[in-house]
Design a protein around this ligand. Sequence first.
Ligand code: C2E
Ligand code: CA
Ligand code: CA
Length: 438
Amino acid sequence: MSAVSDLADLRQGTIAVLERIIAAQPPQAGRLACAVIHLRNIRKVRGLLGDQGAAAYRRAVRLQLEAIPPDPSLVIDGNDDHIILMLPGVMNAGHAELVAQKIERVLRQANDVDAQQAGTEFTLGMALFPDHAEDPAQLLARAELALVAADGADTHWALFDHGLFNELSHSWQFDRELREAIQNNSFTMYYQPQVGLRDGRLHGVEALIRWEHPERGMIQPSLFIPLAERTGLISRLTDGVLRQVMQDVKALQAMAIPSISINLSAMDLEDPELATRVSHQLAIWAVPSRAITFEITESALLEGSETTRRQLEQLHEMGCGLSIDDFGTGYSSLANFRTIPASEIKIDGSFIADLANDQVNRDIVAIALELGRRFGLKTVAEGVETESSARALIELGCEIGQGYYFARPLRLSHLLEWRETWSGRLPDSGGQDTGESP
Ligand code: C2E
Ligand code: CA
Ligand code: CA
């Protein structure tokens, strides 16, 4: 939930107090700082000490904070886990920082007394009048904006500035547009061929999402997938991906493409309903589960909880393949292979570039391939850009290659054209190398 909606109902009262102080403050007395404090540990305290304990903790914090401004009435309760402080006489941004440090000290003390186990967890957003705002309502709104920024800061606190305002309002618009795009299904799936390195046959495709934005043009997933994860929209996005891929399966199978890989994000795997959602979609579109492989990054596997493991187990039991994506970047321990029902490893593209000339990468890839063979996993290399990399992979015995050398990710109609012209010819080991992708 956003800090802003949390604060909505106390806004009017707070603005009235701000108005009163601004009117009473002589112009030479410096700035008026408005500080919004989010007590992030209130829920934890409630869990540990119950409702009464949480209320007592909150009162203790408030009492300590009341010692900071010249008058205790300048501390105002927000709902549940917010407290607002008004501080007349702040001279400049440096002074505001000192005030923030003081608030932090006070919060730590309050915490030591009343909720030792809870840990100090708070964020603080601050804005100054008249520097950052023209009126009390704007002052409060800008302190709240700074609070949002403080969420991502190392220091627990942020002072409003105009650059921050532009950045956040931009990303909020992005957020709204992403919601609309999900609603209107403005995404297109592209498919990148995966080629068998022994026989040149088309082994499968990886489905990669694209957002065709009416004004911004094509937006790459690395820009909006993290945003979808942060804003909790990822599961709806993934449902859209599943639906579209399932719809395309018939056309893909008509091109004699046996396997389709779909990317899942770490957050998808934390949904205990994920496997059920997948099985539902498979049933609706009559898609055999063995046609689908899910790609999960190595880091998602390492950091995943018990829920992630259970979902992987269920997807495996349903008959779907599981591929460990970006393999080699997450420092998996060998033990992981025994606990995860993977069917494939996908060696990260960073090891594949310049494979022919880089002995270290060659060694790493050779070890990954050996690991794959020992555990009976399919081996895929991604980011195959040049003929020399493709040839090196063939020499090393990698089974499947994917990358610009063979084809870029293509929309379905272009994939069909590519399919018709793909000769299946692989570079032979002794051939001439241009070092260029075709
Ligand atoms: P990824 O799963 O590692 O996908 C491989 C990325 O490498 C893709 O970028 C692909 O277009 C790009 N690529 C393919 N061949 C080459 C090559 O030869 N050289 C180079 N330099 N790059 C190559 P893309 O499509 O921009 O996707 C980026 C990431 O976004 C993906 O990384 C994946 O993590 C995520 N993503 C893409 N589609 C989806 C989706 O439907 N759902 C989820 N959750 N994530 C997705
Ligand atoms: Ca992938
Ligand atoms: Ca990858």
